[in-house]
Design a protein around this ligand. Structure first.
Ligand code: SF4
Length: 58
C-alpha cells in the first residue's frame, strides 16, 4: 500500500492521533513510509477520518 497526500491538508492532527507511527503533522502532514506496511488498518482508518479527504491510498 502507498499513501499519497493531496493538496489541502488543514493540519488538524486527526491522522496523527489515529496512527502516529505513519503520520506526523506539522505545518502539513508528513508520511513515514517505512511504517505503512505494519500499520495498514490504522492508515485506512486515518484516511477515512481525514475531514478534507486528502489521504489517498493506492
Ligand atoms: S487528518 Fe487530513 S487534514 Fe488532518 S492533518 Fe491529517 S491529512 Fe491533514
Amino acid at each position: 500500500m502507498k499513501v499519497k497526500i493531496e493538496d489541502g491538508c488543514i493540519a488538524c492532527g486527526a491522522c496523527e492521533s489515529i496512527c502516529d507511527a505513519v503520520f506526523t503533522v506539522e505545518d502539513t502532514v508528513l508520511v513515514n513510509e517505512a511504517n505503512i506496511s505494519a500499520n495498514e488498518e490504522a492508515v485506512k482508518e486515518a484516511a477515512e477520518a481525514c475531514p478534507v479527504s486528502v489521504i489517498i491510498l493506492e
